[in-house]
Write a protein that binds this ligand. Structure first.
Ligand code: AMP
Length: 356
């Protein structure tokens, strides 16, 4: 175990989007600084970070200078090139570690890992070519979803297959990229658990939230989720099992389908998660502070939920509703993005529905 970070230490964050921004705010409240590494100009996190490096992930000199300037490295997205990680790993500890990243970067590795842990997943098959897809459809049946193994997010890189006749079009849709076929899960609703694990192996999970997606993008998270007490316990145990198996340090988001056969794991994200934004106003210690505490080697904080909350994402033109939302009791969180685009996450609001 490494020594806890001292006040004034610097956390390097790969990625300067809204998650990097909210991590920076949490770090600064704990007396820690952040240094953002981000290829794009004027990232949301730049407004609130101590330092920003604007460079690409193949700029070895910039990565080296960044790595030497920080005490620990974390990230806000999971698709960081391996070459950048190889270089950075020699300069500062990276949390969460490489195993968590490698597992979650590839849907085939991820599903295989989850099944080996004894967790329920959708039936799946490795698809490298048309012959694999034909065989997989015969075995798994339809409807099914073809998903690229890598780089998918917010429902991108996915094609629905309603019957064997859709196979060729689905493969063309994802441009023949290495993929998995997943059997379609008939779920009643989707929930997620935000869990944290500290360097000493202690684990704390937030109460599961219920997620509603529109066009593949998270629309709202509601806590508490509709779950029986037994399923609520299962959800938290599933997250803890994944955290332990990966010897994980930091916050993770685990997405689950609720079915009559119990909880089925969809995927996990080795980072703070959009469906955990409600914790900013529903808990004393939010997911961002919890992540900073974990990677800084501090004890985890109190993640007990003190209110029923609905988190709503402000997507694209939704941000124009802010003047009206400001007149309500909602807590407004904006990401400082200037250009409004359809599907772009501009901010979110947390409404306290009932105090516990
Ligand atoms: P993903 O990118 O894997 O998180 O998928 C995005 C969304 O597609 C999920 O939140 C679900 O609503 C839906 N989805 C993904 N996989 C499945 C599946 N095997 N069965 C049914 N719905 C799915």
């Amino acid at each position: 175990m490494t020594d806890p970070l001292h006040v004034g230490a610097t956390i390097g964050i790969l990625g300067g989007g809204q998650l990097g921004r909210m991590l920076s705010v949490a770090a600064s409240r704990l007396g820690l600084r952040t240094h953002i590494f981000e290829p794009g100009a004027n990232p949301p996190a730049a407004d609130v970070a101590h330092r920003v490096t604007t460079a690409s992930y193949d700029d070895a000199a910039a990565l080296t200078a960044f790595g030497r300037s920080v005490d620990v490295i974390t990230y806000e997205f999971e698709n960081i090139p391996t070459s950048a990680l190889d270089l950075l790993e020699a300069l500062a500890p990276i949390h969460p570690g490489r195993q968590a990243l490698a597992t979650s970067q590839d849907r085939l590795t991820e599903k295989t890992f989850l099944q080996r842990l004894g967790l329920q997943t959708a039936p799946f098959a490795d698809i490298a070519a048309m012959a694999d897809l034909t065989a997989a459809i015969a075995r798994i049946g339809t409807p099914a979803i073809l998903k690229t193994r890598r780089m998918g997010y917010d429902g991108k890189g996915q094609a629905r297959i309603m019957g064997p006749d859709d196979a060729a079009a689905a493969l063309a849709d994802i441009e023949g990229a290495p993929a998995i076929l997943e059997g379609f899960i008939d779920f009643s609703h989707e929930v997620s658990v935000i869990g944290a694990r500290a360097t000493d192996g202690s684990v704390a999970c937030y109460d599961p939230g219920e997620n509603l997606h529109e066009a593949g993008i998270l629309r709202t998270t509601t806590v508490p989720a509709r779950l029986t007490p037994a399923l609520r316990t299962d959800a938290v145990l599933i997250a803890a099992k994944i955290l332990n198996a990966l010897d994980y340090v930091g916050v993770m988001g685990v997405e689950l389908f609720v079915t009559p056969q119990g909880l089925i794991v969809n995927e996990f994200a080795p980072r703070v998660h959009n469906s955990g934004h409600w914790t900013q106003n529903g808990c004393i210690i939010c997911q961002f502070e919890q992540h900073i505490r974990a990677i800084a080697g501090w004890p985890l904080g109190d993640g007990m939920r003190h209110a029923d909350v609905v988190m709503e994402n402000l997507i694209g033109e939704d941000v124009n509703r802010v003047p009206d939302l400001a007149k309500t009791g909602a807590a407004i969180h904006l990401y400082g993005k200037s250009g409004v685009k359809p599907g772009r996450k501009m901010g979110h609001v947390n409404r306290i529905v009932k105090r516990a």
